[in-house]
Ligand binder design. Structure first.
Ligand SMILES: *[C@@H]1O[C@H](CO)[C@@H](O)[C@H](O)[C@H]1NC(C)=O
Ligand SMILES: *[C@@H]1O[C@H](CO)[C@@H](O)[C@H](O)[C@H]1NC(C)=O
Ligand SMILES: *[C@@H]1O[C@H](CO)[C@@H](O)[C@H](O)[C@H]1NC(C)=O
Ligand SMILES: *[C@@H]1O[C@H](CO)[C@@H](O)[C@H](O)[C@H]1NC(C)=O
Length: 264
């Protein structure tokens, strides 16, 4: 009797502690797109230089959902265990989270859910695809046991759709379909999406894709422009300082829009 009571108390205490820890993750952000979202800042010839600028520092207030669907303290490279077939470096996720925490003292813990993968087209994010399913699965795992609320998705993709005219012309419709399906499958019809308008990497049809990104014609989609951000010598990926700047831009966009829209 006494033994089982003690056991019961122990189980209660444990589940209380667990729910305490879980309830700390208040603000969940999904990160999706291609390599600039994974982050290849500081990567040269498939080697990351290992330099973490202060804006990308780890913090007990920044967690990430790892590949095993566990919350762990987030460190650069944020996407290393998700985008496993490229060498990841610095992306916009950590500077975004640090910038948010820097702007609001009462925010609580930020939970990042990395889901980006290098080198994909928007057609590879349509409902039913591997990337789409993985995104939905990870988003749902992130909100299990009342971890918190998904505040927004950060989305940076499109480069692979600038090569062929047919892809570029189809971009807007596919983008709208993807956002709409995702919102529906997550039960978050007003989910805020903060996306990045590509700057030209020299591909033919960048302007068509940019046009769709700058004028998404869908509610609660906010676009920040990467136009003046600096690229690596490879002319393909953002530098570390550009990624830091982009993280700040996305945090500003979130602060500005979140006061007028509700993602829950
Ligand atoms: C936080 O903000 C202060 C003042 O704007 C700035 O000096 C500092 O670098 C910021 N820290 C981070 C981690 O972004
Ligand atoms: C990584 O590459 C391997 C070998 O080509 C492939 O089997 C696997 O599906 C790739 N992983 C992802 C996440 O794309
Ligand atoms: C990375 O972003 C820059 C700026 O938007 C763009 O020019 C470049 O094509 C992108 N690269 C990839 C591989 O997405
Ligand atoms: C964002 O908006 C939601 C819903 O209105 C609110 O509960 C939350 O506190 C806001 N977050 C920030 C960081 O302002």
């Amino acid at each position: 009797m006494a033994k089982s009571t003690a056991l019961l108390l122990m189980i209660m205490a444990l589940s209380y502690l667990t729910s305490m820890a879980n309830s700390q993750v208040k603000n969940i952000f999904l990160l999706a797109g291609q390599s600039n979202m994974s982050g290849l800042g500081g990567v040269v010839k498939n080697l990351w230089d290992g330099i973490v600028p202060p804006e990308c520092s780890p913090s007990p207030a920044i967690l990430k959902l790892d590949a095993n669907l566990q919350w762990v303290e987030a460190t650069e490279p944020l996407h290393a265990d998700i985008d496993v077939n490229v060498t990841c470096g610095i992306g916009p996720g950590m500077p975004f989270a640090n910038s948010l925490l820097n702007k609001t003292s009462s925010l609580g813990i930020v939970g990042l859910v990395p889901c980006a993968m290098a080198g994909n087209k928007i057609s590879e994010w349509q409902k039913g695809t591997f990337l789409y399913n993985q995104l939905v699965k990870r988003a749902k795992a992130a909100t299990l046991q009342e971890f918190g609320v998904i505040r927004a998705m950060l989305w940076y993709q499109g480069e692979s759709d600038t090569v062929r005219l047919r892809d570029a012309n189809a971009y807007k419709g596919k983008m709208q379909q993807f956002f709409t399906d995702l919102r529906s499958d997550l039960g978050l019809p007003k989910l805020l999406i903060i996306q990045v308008a590509l700057a030209s990497g020299g591909k033919h049809y960048t302007e068509i894709v940019r046009g769709a990104q700058l004028n998404p014609e869908l509610a609660n989609v906010v676009t920040v422009d990467a136009k003046n951000l600096q690229l690596h010598k490879d002319n393909l990926h953002l530098t570390v300082s550009s990624q830091v700047l982009l993280g700040h831009m996305m945090a500003d966009a979130f602060m500005k829009t979140n006061s007028t829209t509700s993602s829950s």
